[in-house]
Design a protein around this ligand. Structure first.
Ligand SMILES: [Fe+2]
Ligand SMILES: [Fe+2]
Length: 156
C-alpha cells in the first residue's frame, strides 16, 4: 500500500483542483514504487507536475486578490525548492533524500490540501472563478484588500 492514497477526504469539490491532486497522489505512488533505476525519472515527473500544479494555484491566487508573497505561495516555493534539491541529488546517484521526501510528502500533502488548498477552493468558489477562462463571475466578492495569508484559519 502506498504511503498516500487518494480518498474522498482529500477532495475539495472543485474538479480542476481535485484532478491535479489525484495526479499528484498517483505520481507520488509511482515514485515510491520505483526501483533505484526508475526513481530519478519518476521523481523528475513528480517535480515537473508539482511545478505546474503550484504555478497554477499561484496564478489563480494572484488573479483573485492574493498578494504576491502570500503564505500559501511561499509554502509552494519552499516545498518545490526541496523537491528540486532531491532531484539534483537523485540525478547524482544519491536516492536517499528523494525516498525520504516521499514519506514526508505523504504526510505534508493531506495537511496542505485540507488547509491552504481548501481555503483557496472556498475562495475561488466564492468569487466564481473559472479556471478555463480566468473569468471572475462574482467580482463583487473579490477582497477589498490583498490577502497576504492563505485565506483560511490555518495560517498565522
Ligand atoms: Fe494543490
Ligand atoms: Fe497549494
Amino acid at each position: 500500500m502506498p504511503a498516500l492514497s487518494w480518498s474522498e477526504g482529500l477532495a475539495l469539490g472543485l474538479s480542476f483542483m481535485d484532478d491535479t491532486h489525484k495526479e499528484f497522489v498517483d505520481l507520488l505512488a509511482q515514485a515510491e514504487a520505483s526501483d533505484d533505476a526508475a526513481l530519478p525519472a519518476a521523481w523528475a515527473a513528480l517535480v515537473e507536475h508539482t511545478a505546474d500544479h503550484f504555478g497554477r494555484e499561484d496564478a489563480w491566487m494572484l488573479a483573485t486578490g492574493f498578494s504576491q508573497g502570500n503564505c500559501h505561495s511561499l509554502q509552494h516555493k519552499v516545498v518545490l525548492d526541496v523537491l528540486r534539491t532531491g532531484q539534483q541529488m537523485a540525478r547524482a546517484g544519491n536516492l536517499g533524500p528523494a525516498r525520504q521526501m516521499i514519506q514526508e510528502l505523504a504526510l505534508w500533502f493531506p495537511q496542505h490540501a485540507q488547509s491552504m488548498d481548501a481555503a483557496l477552493a472556498l475562495h475561488l468558489r466564492g468569487v466564481g472563478y473559472d479556471a478555463e477562462t480566468g473569468e471572475v463571475r462574482s467580482p463583487d466578492a473579490l477582497p477589498a484588500m490583498e490577502i497576504s495569508g492563505c485565506g483560511g484559519a490555518s495560517c498565522s
